[in-house]
Design a protein around this ligand. Structure first.
Ligand code: UD1
Ligand code: UDP
Length: 383
């Protein structure tokens, strides 16, 4: 039997820790013995409820290494990550490097590996917002162009890559100059199918007094929203108004970036109103299993998160997106999501419409729940 393929998987931020569960599950199941994975955690996210909780509840192997980079400026933290990842790759114990999505940890992995010529496997490749003021857009483009394997979650992502010169169905042995692009489906669809059947959030609902199907789930953390005090205030004022107009309870797990900005810059009166309004539940970040339960039982979802937008789609929930554009264009094209930016009128209008008509039924667009297995098959077929 051939020696196992040795992969180094770089994770760091909450969504990529969660994403990595799909591949880890496949490696522990049908691919056991044929692919060996070590997890390298950059430490970009470090609070227990942004990191450890996912290891505890999703069956991830413990991280073999943690660079403990923590928070700081993008340049300084990304630079330290590159240095740390390079040092691990120079030990020559890994055949390929796996990265997810579009965070600074993703970019650091792509740069470190391409400098020492370790093939890069980018999972969730090809997404574009066409807005380079988003740090994530720059990270995605750079990571894709360093990669040897580009595993796309959707057909749109493949088309985006073709527009940048990548070839679909490339032949021959994959290299950074002749990368392989494939629509394998979305590992988060794999995860949503797998984990949502495991847990119904009973404790969470009992504790909070939230009534199922009668509340909106809200998350806000994008830099463009959280770091702009005016936009953040507009969004929170819009939520208060929506709560009052529709008597709609809101549950809002608060990301640490947003918490920090709320405490530093939000008008104290607005902050007090948010804290004291009985039907507005500002809560700390929750684990993924509770999050899936909150999504599954929400009347609708309001978010600027990429992952939460998609999970709303998987659960056939209407979704109001607090951004001007999205990488997940299919969600908007099918009418299940509506972009409202931070515009109060567009926000209330979308909410009124979804509370009256709910969202149209949508076809499955993100694969069949076997994306991780398809990725493993491809890696082994062309090693
Ligand atoms: C990062 C990603 C973003 C992703 C998000 C997922 C980049 C450029 N951005 O954004 O694409 O959607 O993660 O959640 O990589 N903080 C804590 N504790 C933590 C983590 C962060 O207090 O465990 C606070 C720190 O004050 C930190 C701030 O949150 O400065 C922002 O964290 P950072 O990782 O830089 O960016 P995110 O907004 O989390
Ligand atoms: N999530 C979670 N707990 C929370 C908020 C989000 O487990 O309190 C999950 C969510 O279900 C999704 C992922 O985190 O799978 C999305 O991460 P985030 O919104 O931080 O980043 P993005 O997807 O925008 O990059």
């Amino acid at each position: 039997m051939a020696a196992p393929l040795r992969i180094l998987t770089v994770i760091g931020a909450r969504p990529q820790i969660i994403k990595s569960a799909a591949l880890s599950r496949a490696l522990n199941g049908p691919f056991k013995g044929r692919i060996e994975e070590s997890l390298l955690h950059t430490g970009q996210h470090y609070d227990a409820n942004m990191s450890q909780v996912f290891f505890d509840e999703l069956g991830l192997p413990p991280a073999a290494m943690n660079l403990n980079i923590g928070s700081g400026s993008a340049g300084a933290t990304t630079g330290r990550m590159i240095e740390g990842i390079e040092a691990v790759l120079l030990r020559k114990e890994h055949d390929v490097l796996v990265i997810y999505g579009d965070t600074n940890s993703t970019l650091a992995g792509a740069i470190a590996a391409s400098k020492v010529q370790v093939p890069v496997v980018h999972i969730e490749a090809g997404l574009r917002s066409f807005n380079k003021s988003m740090p994530e857009e720059v990270n995605r483009v750079m990571a894709d162009h360093c990669s040897t394997w580009l595993f796309c979650p959707t057909e749109t992502a493949v088309v985006n890559l073709e527009r940048e010169g990548f070839k679909r169905e490339a032949q021959g042995h994959p290299t950074a100059d002749q990368p392989h692009v494939m629509n394998c489906g979305d590992v988060m669809y794999d995860n949503t199918l797998h984990f949502s059947s495991l847990h119904d959030g009973v404790d969470l609902f009992a504790r909070s007094g939230l009534e199922k199907e009668a509340y909106a789930l809200v998350t806000v953390h994008r830099q463009q929203n959280a770091d702009d005090p005016k936009r953040l205030a507009t969004i929170f004022n819009g939520l208060i108004e929506a709560h009052r107009r529709h008597a709609l309870p809101l549950v809002v797990p608060i990301h640490p970036r947003t918490r920090k900005m709320m405490d530093s810059f939000l008008d104290p009166l607005l902050l007090r109103t948010l804290d004291q309004t009985k039907g507005i539940h500002l809560i700390p970040p929750v684990g993924f299993l509770d999050m899936l339960a909150l999504e599954r039982h929400a009347r609708l979802i309001i978010t600027d998160s990429g992952g939460v937008q998609k999970e709303a789609f998987f659960m056939q929930k209407p979704c109001v997106i607090l951004r001007a554009e999205t990488e997940w264009v299919e969600l908007v094209q099918h009418g299940q999501s509506t972009l409202v930016d931070a515009d109060p009128e567009r926000f209330q209008h979308a909410l009124d419409r979804y509370l009256k008509d709910s969202a149209p039924e949508c076809p499955p667009l993100f694969g069949d729940g076997r994306a991780a297995e398809r990725i493993c098959e491809q890696l082994l077929a062309h090693r």
